[in-house]
Design a protein around this ligand. Sequence first.
Ligand SMILES: Nc1nc2c(ncn2[C@@H]2O[C@H](COP(=O)(O)OP(=O)(O)OP(=O)(O)O)[C@@H](O)[C@H]2O)c(=O)[nH]1
Ligand SMILES: [Mg+2]
Length: 213
Amino acid sequence: MEVIIMKELLEANDKLAENNRKYFKDRNIYAVNLMGSPGSGKTTLISAINKALSDIQIGVIEGDIESSIDTERLGKEGVKSVQINTCGECHLDAKVIRDGAEMLDMKDAIVFIENVGNLICPAEFDLGENLRLLGASVPEGDDKPFKYVPMFSYAEVVAITKSDLIEAVGYDIENSYKGLRAVSEAKAFEISCKTGKGVNEIADYLKNAFLNM
Ligand SMILES: Nc1nc2c(ncn2[C@@H]2O[C@H](COP(=O)(O)OP(=O)(O)OP(=O)(O)O)[C@@H](O)[C@H]2O)c(=O)[nH]1
Ligand SMILES: [Mg+2]
């Protein structure tokens, strides 16, 4: 019985995600579903990309279980953002993304959807995004692609964040690529928002994808 309910729930979500895709297309929005563990550097990455892309409008739909810390932080930097509190839910779904997109009310923009910090559940929910981006931070360990296969295989682009900490935490980057390549052909960027490494590269990648969609 539980299996049937879950299947129905995901099918209903997929229909709403298709509507979202049309909504984003009609408004010339390139939507990026940014997933990753709690504290993997998602908001910091959005902030850095926003600074790198001064000629492109950026909007953010922020998903958190509680609080508006991330939207307040982005607001101070002049980034238009809306906050969704899931009140305990471990992922965002297509319904709340539509509500968030209407609140954000933007067009001709790259819109980041910062998903709830979680390396498991968000990989089951299509939001109608254009791109699934995973922020996988160095302090989490190089073995994560081997252990969280659904998420690493769901992502179309992987940002290896906090690369300035590679030596400090003994991160074996070859091992992380070995795990990633076993399950995915996702494009990978090595990024540090502290030193700026890789920020312009991922920003340009998103800009090109937006301008050529
Ligand atoms: N050393 C280093 N620290 C970073 C980097 N990026 C982010 N951080 C730090 O990592 C911590 C978490 O960053 P956030 O951007 O808030 O992470 P998040 O994924 O948005 O966190 P949640 O929204 O709570 O899941 C903060 O203390 C950041 O300053 C980086 O490139 N290098
Ligand atoms: Mg955040």
